[in-house]
Design a protein around this ligand. Structure first.
Ligand code: CMP
Length: 139
């Protein structure tokens, strides 16, 4: 298995509910290395650029408004098979469909307020990491 990096976001709903520490604990328990981490309040334009792949979806406006309402925590995670491993740790996008023990099942409130984001493939991870972090922050 290859060592990979993925972008994780603790979304504004989770930050606002005081769940940042709980989610970071789960990241440590799953044995990811945190390569870089910062808090950011995204502008609407930044949220639109980040989620550009979803621009034709009916939830795009609502999603980008929600993601720019207040601070998020953006994190670069590294481990073996990090992309799939972080997606497994989060659980399915819709908390109602997520497996037990996952972040979204235990902490998520709805498909919109689902606490966390994770890259879905290697190319997406490269784009998403570069969206928030410069090379010197990733050494
Ligand atoms: P995320 O993994 O950040 O990727 C896109 C986000 O769109 C997703 O999590 C959800 O929070 C959000 N979203 C809102 N409505 C839907 C929907 N109907 N289907 C999929 N994603 C949705």
């Amino acid at each position: 298995m290859a060592i990979e990096r993925t972008l994780a976001i603790i979304k504004p709903d989770a930050v606002g509910r005081g769940l940042t520490g709980e989610i970071l604990s789960r990241i440590h328990a799953a044995k990811f290395h945190i390569i870089a981490i910062k808090t950011r309040r995204l502008t609407k334009k930044e949220a639109e650029g980040f989620y550009a792949v979803h621009r034709e979806r009916p939830f795009f406006q609502e999603l980008t408004e929600f993601m720019s309402t207040s601070k998020a925590v953006v994190i670069v995670l590294e481990s073996e098979n990090a992309i799939a491993k972080w997606r497994d740790t989060m659980g399915a996008t819709d908390p109602a469909k997520a497996a037990s023990g996952t972040i979204r099942k235990e902490l998520g409130a709805s498909i919109q307020h689902n606490c966390t984001h994770g890259s879905d493939a290697a190319e997406t991870a490269a784009f998403e990491i570069g969206y928030f972090f410069s090379g010197s922050e990733l050494i």
